[in-house]
Structure formats: structure tokens, C-alpha cells
Design a binder for this molecule. Structure first.
Ligand SMILES: Nc1ncnc2c1ncn2[C@@H]1O[C@H](COP(=O)(O)OP(=O)(O)O)[C@@H](O)[C@H]1O
Ligand SMILES: [Mg+2]
Length: 236
């Protein structure tokens, strides 16, 4: 089986070599647990170490803030953008007031994402974060719409990480239930003072590690200490 290496120290080890190619993997965690850093680093490493172009789709913040945030690490995002190895795209769902148009807008935005993927022949895709959909969609259509959105992403042929801004427990990993149902894998991030930690909950098509491990964030990004384990009791 072909695998896509994240290049994040320790993570590929937990995944028995990397993410199965073409998977759609959910990265779940509370605010500040490192979801945006981890997913950015996945794209950055992809471009620099493996020559894979990557598309970062943000539903939070503006593009300048995101580029700025990325550059607070030792990652030269600008040069990757110039070489067509990375694109940052701000998903535009319009104004919250125009809720009735939302399904059309999502279809439109899926076409935009497809266009951006084709433009640089992206192999890696990030959606950060899926939780923002909740602000735009009525609960009655949220699940079916989110399901369709995630499902269509699979057709793009990329290896995708999508984030979910939620405090995962040992058994619940997404804000709306749909995201974890649609995804092939789940990587959960936790605050487990004094550390942050990571746990691979599932990964279709591969063996994977089954324990939470401590993670460290510094100016090089995230690294995982695969040797040490976090005790289960530290997680709610
Ligand atoms: N250079 C750095 N060194 C150490 N920690 C950092 C650095 N940059 C950011 N962080 C930590 O990472 C956190 C943000 O991570 P982020 O990926 O944005 O979280 P999330 O997307 O899950 O909300 C910050 O709150 C901060 O604690
Ligand atoms: Mg974030």
C-alpha cells in the first residue's frame, strides 16, 4: 500500500509508516492543542521533503494571518507559494445572514477547491476547520451537508487532513458526529498537563499505535515522543 509520510517527528512511526494514500483523516482537538500547526507542518513537509504540492483551505481567519502564523515557525511558506508547491485558500461561505443560499455556496466552494487542487496538482489537502460549518448551517441540514462536503473531498484524490475544533473524549472525536463517521482515520490531540498529547484512534487499512503519546511544540513545529506514553487517566 502507498503511504503518505507526514514527516512530523514520531507521527509516521505511530502510523506504521504514514497515512494510507487517498485517506481522509480527521484531526480532532480542543482550541490550542496544535491542529493548525500539525496540518500546516504536514503540507510544509510534503512540499519540502517529498515534493508534494499542498492546498490549505481555511475557514478561520484571513490568509495574511495564516501565512504570518506559519512564518513564526522556521517554514518559508512564501517560497513554496512561488514554486506552486503550496496554496492557501480562504473558503468563502458569504454572510451568515444568507443562510438560505448556503447549499449552493458550498457546491460553488467545492468547485473552487477542485480548481485550486488541479492548478498545482495538489497531492495533500487540509481543511481547517470543519467545525465552522456549524455557524452557517441549520442543525436540520448540517449533517447531510457536511457529509456531502466530506464525501466529495474524497473524489479529489488527495490525502486529506480535516480538523475538528472540539474537546475529544476517549470515545467522541468530532463536533457533529458526521466528520468522524466520514473519515478513514482519526488523530486526536489533547491537553494533558503538563503536556499536550496525541492518540491515533483509527486508521483504515493499516496497523497503528494504540496509546497516547506526549507532543512538544517549538519553533520547528510539532514533534511526538513515540517512546513515552501518557496514561489514559490523564484524558477525560
Ligand atoms: N513557536 C512556538 N513554540 C511553542 N509553542 C507554540 C509556538 N507557536 C505556537 N505555539 C503553541 O501552539 C498553540 C496554537 O496551536 P494551533 O495549532 O494554532 O492550535 P489549534 O489550531 O488546535 O487551535 C498556541 O496556543 C501555543 O501554545
Ligand atoms: Mg487552529
Amino acid at each position: 500500500m502507498e503511504r503518505v509520510k507526514t514527516g512530523i517527528p514520531g507521527l509516521d512511526e505511530l502510523l506504521n509508516g504514514g497515512i494510507p494514500k487517498g485517506s481522509n483523516v480527521l484531526v480532532a482537538g480542543g482550541t490550542g492543542t496544535g491542529k493548525t500547526i500539525l496540518t500546516t507542518q504536514y503540507l510544509y513537509n510534503g512540499a519540502v521533503q517529498y515534493g508534494d504540492a499542498g492546498l490549505f483551505v481555511t475557514l478561520e481567519g484571513n490568509i495574511r494571518d495564516i501565512a504570518w502564523n506559519m512564518e513564526s515557525f522556521q517554514w518559508d511558506i512564501k517560497s513554496l507559494q512561488e514554486q506552486n508547491l503550496m496554496t492557501i485558500y480562504r473558503l468563502n461561505l458569504g454572510h451568515l445572514k444568507e443562510k438560505s443560499m448556503i447549499e449552493d455556496r458550498i457546491e460553488e466552494q467545492l468547485l473552487e477547491i477542485e480548481k485550486e487542487v488541479k492548478e498545482i496538482d495538489a497531492k495533500r489537502l487540509v481543511i481547517d476547520s470543519t467545525t465552522v460549518f456549524g455557524a452557517y448551517l441549520d442543525p436540520s441540514i448540517l449533517r447531510t451537508t457536511l457529509f456531502r462536503f466530506c464525501d466529495k473531498l474524497k473524489d479529489l484524490g488527495c490525502t486529506t487532513l480535516m480538523t475538528s475544533e472540539t474537546q475529544p473524549t476517549k470515545t467522541v472525536f468530532s463536533a457533529y458526529g458526521v466528520e468522524e463517521f466520514v473519515s478513514d482515520g482519526i488523530i486526536a490531540l489533547y491537553f494533558t498537563p503538563p503536556n499536550r498529547s496525541v492518540f491515533v484512534r483509527k486508521m483504515r487499512g493499516t496497523k497503528h499505535d494504540a496509546d497516547p503519546h506526549p507532543i512538544n511544540i517549538n519553533e520547528m513545529g510539532i514533534s511526538i515522543n513515540a517512546r513515552d506514553k501518557i496514561i489514559w487517566e490523564a484524558i477525560k
